[in-house]
Design a protein around this ligand. Sequence first.
Ligand code: BGC
Length: 362
Amino acid sequence: MKSIAIVCILLFAMAASADSPKPRQVGSADGQPVFEFELSNGRITAKFLSYGGIIRELHVPDKVGVKADVVLGFDDLLGYLAGHPYFGCITGRVSNRVAKGKFTVEGKEYTLATNNGPHSLHGGAKGLDKRVWKGEYVSDNGVKFTYRSPDGEEGYPGNLDISVTYYLTPANEWKIEYEAKADKATPVSLTQHAYFNLAGHESGDILGHELQLMAAKYTPADGTLIPTGEMRPVQGTPFDFTKAKPLGKDLSAAGGEPIGFDLNYIITPGRKWPALAAKLKDPKSGRTMEVYTTEPGIQLYTGNFLDGKNIGKGGAIYKQYGGVCLECQLFPDAVNHPEFMSPVLVPTKTYRQTTIYKFGAE
Ligand code: BGC
């Protein structure tokens, strides 16, 4: 009887370990192995790297079930290690810009690594996007990445323990849960920097994609993309996406250097939580994407700086406007703007964010 029970337990354990997928080592960075994790909900599939928490592939069906890979990226880790404009990665500690790389927290001034003219962009010279995270599969069809950002990294105060968990849910959502704990007060504003092209990553520009933003106001910025502190209505400006319109429609009128959208919108709080912030649609394939978030801001960036120099998956050439980013986060440079929601995380609190990209076809 006892031996039958042992055999049963062994068989069960073998079946369970056969079921739990193994991440695939795809190379190494900073002397540490980097793994790729694959998730599927039966309809959408995705591949993630433990380097930078990168989404490398995301295959989504159109209305007749034909799948396309809708995120820009590279075939292998080397593509990412060679340098890239933040394709599909986690950015931080503070996403977007910190003016002149300086801020004061609890009476002490800190100086960050600057990497964008005089400013610090997306966490500095070696932000979270260029770090090797630990990864593990978790239940409910997820993969969890964790990283300890040490005290002083890129100039930021305190140790920061970060986790980012990606799920593919039965409702065709790519759901992202972020958490962070600090042992000294530090600014934190994380985001996912995926460039989406719902017609397929290699299909050309996104100017025909229709976008609606649940945002009646935006935060205007100066020529170096630092917010002025104003919160201005979008009504009557090229930045108005309160009704769906093609991204290309008012792109030239939006100006910028290079021309295109690169601005933070203030999400109008909804009744549901996380709130619906954006709807994107590719009229040709019918693929749609809704964005839900707990964050107050969403950065619309139309890939203005893409210049065809990045040779992506399958030899795809990513030209200007080849993808669109919808980055949910606190407002840019909020640490230097008392009028914006503070990004300062104190040791007694936990940073939490949920953002969902939900796919459909019509
Ligand atoms: C910023 C752009 C920046 C880009 C880098 C976006 O989040 O808003 O200004 O050039 O990231 O890829």
